[in-house]
Ligand binder design. Structure first.
Ligand code: ADP
Ligand code: UDP
Length: 235
């Protein structure tokens, strides 16, 4: 397997073609952005942590019956993944109120929900990733009804696994964002990443934030929080 030309550079990762038409290589950067790119910075060591955490969690999820894009970790920062057509929806699951949920509904952070919630945002930087309901996603042909149902099923499965997995490590899984894609045969698989960039993790005892909110809100000790999460995973 050989790395070929760079196809895309995003805010947190680069995507490269390979000599295999069904495979990409993703390369994780230390760059951090927030508020739709308005706030920029770097988090030393983030690329390596997010790469390794994503791969570890995706391998666990595969065992739980969640198909993912993961193929092979090449190095600290680089991973071979199955090429997918990304469904342009950010799939957000929440267990505890925080972030945009608290802002939208005017409630404090930390309300523990009786049941997890799910919502979609349209992945579109120019529009600022607006909230989008399933009917609108289907109307715009972003996904079929069947695909939306499958995505919801998989997202809740990821939540059930990840929530219990983190709780055993004294971490509360507050909320997270997933992206799904279609393989060439149409199979829906989990893609992109699962990391402190895309999840909110709170220490169960102290409620200390162990995720990107430390960067977004200038709370300090950002690198330490990412490293602490790796330690909790025993990595
Ligand atoms: P952004 O595009 O939001 O700045 P990143 O910097 O993380 O995000 O860039 C990675 C890009 O690669 C994202 O657009 C993501 O949707 C896409 N992606 C993730 N996994 C795959 C995959 N397996 N195949 C194709 N594209 C993928
Ligand atoms: N999230 C993400 N990418 C985005 C938006 C949100 O990974 O573009 C994650 C975020 O880290 C959090 C969850 O999705 O874990 C819910 O985010 P929220 O809607 O509360 O938005 P925010 O407060 O980050 O603006």
């Amino acid at each position: 397997m050989e790395k070929r030309e760079q196809l895309y550079e995003g805010k947190a990762k680069k995507v490269f073609a390979t000599d295999d038409p069904n495979l990409y290589i993703v390369s994780y950067k230390d760059d951090a952005t927030a508020f739709n790119g308005l706030k920029k910075g770097t988090i030393a060591g983030k690329g390596s942590i997010n790469n390794r955490m994503t791969n570890f969690l995706m391998q666990q999820l595969e065992k739980e019956g969640v198909p993912t894009h993961f193929v092979e970790e090449l190095s600290d920062r680089e991973t071979v993944v199955k090429k997918v057509k990304i469904v342009p929806l950010e799939v957000i699951v929440r267990n505890i109120s925080a972030g945009s949920f608290s802002k939208r509904y005017g409630v404090e952070e930390g309300i523990v929900f009786d049941e997890p919630t799910i919502e979609f945002s349209y992945k579109n930087d120019e529009l600022g990733d607006p909230l989008m309901n399933a009917y609108h996603a289907i109307a715009l042909k972003l996904a079929t009804r069947e695909e939306i149902e499958r995505i919801k099923e998989l997202a809740f499965k990821v939540n059930a696994f990840l929530k219990a997995f983190m709780k055993a490590r004294n971490v509360d899984l507050v909320d997270f964002k997933l992206e799904f894609g279609r393989l060439s045969d149409g199979t829906i698989v989990l893609a992109d990443e699962i990391s402190p960039d895309t999840c909110r993790f709170w220490d169960s005892t102290t409620h200390e934030k162990l995720d990107k909110d430390r960067f977004r809100r200038d709370l300090g000790n950002v690198e330490d929080a990412y490293q602490e999460m790796m330690k909790r995973l025993g990595r």
